[in-house]
Design a protein around this ligand. Structure first.
Ligand code: SAH
Ligand code: SF4
Ligand code: F3S
Length: 495
């Protein structure tokens, strides 16, 4: 039974593709969600589920897996929470604000439930483990709590909850990758899609909650990844983004042949599916990204020349406290390698302002590193202490909020200046763009991305969504390039 058409997702309205591509990218927790249309017309379904997602792209991808599991159970999805029999909130715990937003939403659902007693409310995702007792017992906000590795047990848990019991499964797994589940593509433009290649994280960055919420790192088999990417291509998709917290540590050993597959090899296999399938990936860890990956990128024109390389801080002392296992110099060396091997590569990063003990001098080092790296884009955050993390246990969150705010502001200003400068450098160039769909501002215009992940807006003319066009860049803002398609043949995208 297929109710894909019913499946509507609630995603954040202001979430840009740029956000999504930053891969492990964070939807600004303060923003309101909005309903997005499904690809197929809706069919009727007896039971309706409403899902709201927060956090990184991997979490959004998980919601698509949840949608696939619920579809099998005959559930349709609705964007109207009042119509729902089952309300699910897929949560993020990365910063305090993300958790606060979820709690507020749960209070709202609770008051809705007062008029609709048989409505079930469930918490999924990264807040599940830590807050299950409070959510279930103390605050009685929810009926079911399901952790990121337990989505296969959703049908059984829903049945349990329906019989009046509190249903919980927050067990983390060393094996689960949901490799055999085809995610139901929601909020999709039909051209670009995300494919999770691994789950969890084995690093222990002291500020980070992810290893606790998502468990040990495990990779998905190359066969299942290739199958998913091939299917996407057959369905008309022209770009896949391979997702993982640390894609460079992707590692698969075939149980039969004992043959290993590294991330560079996986990247090559995906690139070989079709020269017209663009490949992106995120997130890279500065300690793990190899020359082999960079050379593979250089060999394949369809592997996009864009790397998201979170630095977190420009100060070696702070990086050590963060347990990032690289120094300022080590990071800069990596960036140099990228520039040598891939001279025309887009580069973005994540930065945390005001980590424990950060001095003005440390902060200045972050600003100067940004200048050296000339980032095209950055995601910037104030440090938020997370209970249970190594930083929370070992260090004092001692940078005053006002100082954190001011430093963040300076980082944001630096980022804007650098981003605009990089955009201006594009003016006059001709770039190959994959058309993603109508531009938000005008239905006379299309938008799409360059290889380097810059959004371009240009007149539609007779071109089509999903097509590659060569666009001459004629102008820019800090976030968008403006251009005109030039009537020339696109060079073959083969090595
Ligand atoms: N795996 C990725 C990042 C995942 S978390 C990596 O290693 O780069 C995404 C981003 O959120 C991080 O890069 C960091 O910049 C930010 N972040 C994580 N924990 C945070 C915290 N406690 N406070 C503020 N920002 C945090
Ligand atoms: Fe968190 Fe570090 Fe793992 Fe990224 S690499 S998810 S920041 S622990
Ligand atoms: Fe992602 Fe947030 Fe979890 S960033 S991995 S949803 S804590």
């Amino acid at each position: 039974m297929s109710h894909a058409g019913d499946l509507l997702f609630l995603l954040c309205s202001t979430q840009s593709r740029m956000n999504q591509l930053g891969a492990t990218k964070w939807i600004d927790e303060s923003r309101q969600g909005t309903a997005l249309q499904p690809e197929e017309p809706s069919a009727t379904s007896s039971r309706k589920c409403y899902i709201e997602s927060y956090g990184c792209q991997m979490n959004f991808n998980d919601s698509e897996i949840v949608a696939a599991i619920l579809k099998e159970q005959g559930y349709g999805l609705t964007t109207d929470v009042a119509q729902a029999d089952l309300v699910l909130i897929n949560t993020c715990a990365i910063r305090e604000k993300a958790e606060q937003t979820v709690r507020k939403r749960l209070q709202e659902f609770k008051s809705l439930k007062q008029n609709k007693a048989d409505m079930l409310v469930g918490v999924l995702g990264c807040m599940a483990e830590r807050l299950r007792h409070r959510l279930l017992e103390e605050e009685k906000l929810v009926d079911l709590v399901v952790g990121p590795d337990a989505y296969r047990s959703l049908p059984a848990l829903i049945a349990e909850a329906e019989s009046g019991q509190k249903a919980v499964n927050v067990l983390l797994s060393r094996e689960e990758t949901y490799a055999d589940i085809s995610p139901v593509r929601l909020n999709s433009n039909g051209v670009t899609a995300f494919v999770s290649i691994m789950r969890g994280c084995n690093n222990m960055c002291t500020f980070c909650v992810v290893p606790f919420t998502r468990g040990r790192e495990r990779s998905r088999s190359p066969q299942s990844i290739l199958r998913e990417c091939e299917e996407l291509f057959e369905q008309g998709y022209r770009e896949v983004t391979l997702l993982g917290q640390n894609v460079d540590s992707y590692y698969w050993i075939d149980p039969q042949t004992q043959q290993a597959t590294t991330f560079a090899q996986l990247l090559e296999m995906v690139a070989q599916i079709n020269p017209w399938l663009r490949v992106r990936f995120s997130t890279s860890h500065p300690k793990d990204i190899t020359d082999e990956v960079l050379y593979t990128m250089a060999r394949y024109p369809n592997i996009c020349k864009y790397i998201h390389l979170p630095v977190q801080s420009g100060s070696t002392r702070i990086l050590q406290l963060m347990n990032r296992t690289y120094t300022r110099e080590g990071y800069l060396k990596k960036v140099e390698r990228i520039r040598e091997i891939l001279p025309d590569c887009g580069l973005s990063t994540d930065i945390i302002a005001g980590f424990c003990t950060e001095t003005e001098a440390d902060h200045q080092e972050t600003l100067s590193l940004m200048d050296i790296c000339e980032y095209d884009m950055a995601y910037m955050f104030m440090y938020s202490e997370r209970p249970g993390t190594l930083a929370a246990r070992r260090y004092t969150d001692d940078v005053p909020l006002e100082v954190k705010k001011r430093r963040l502001q300076e980082i944001v200003e630096k980022e804007r200046t650098l981003a605009l400068k990089n955009m201006q450098k594009e003016v006059g160039k001709v770039r190959t763009v994959l058309i993603e769909g109508p531009s938000k501002r005008s239905d006379q215009d299309f938008c799409g991305r360059t290889d380097q992940n810059k959004m371009v807006v240009f007149p539609k003319k007779h071109y089509r969504k999903g097509q590659y066009v060569n666009v001459r860049i004629t102008g820019c803002t800090a976030a968008t390039l403006l251009g005109e398609v030039v009537e020339e043949t696109i060079p073959e995208m083969v090595a």
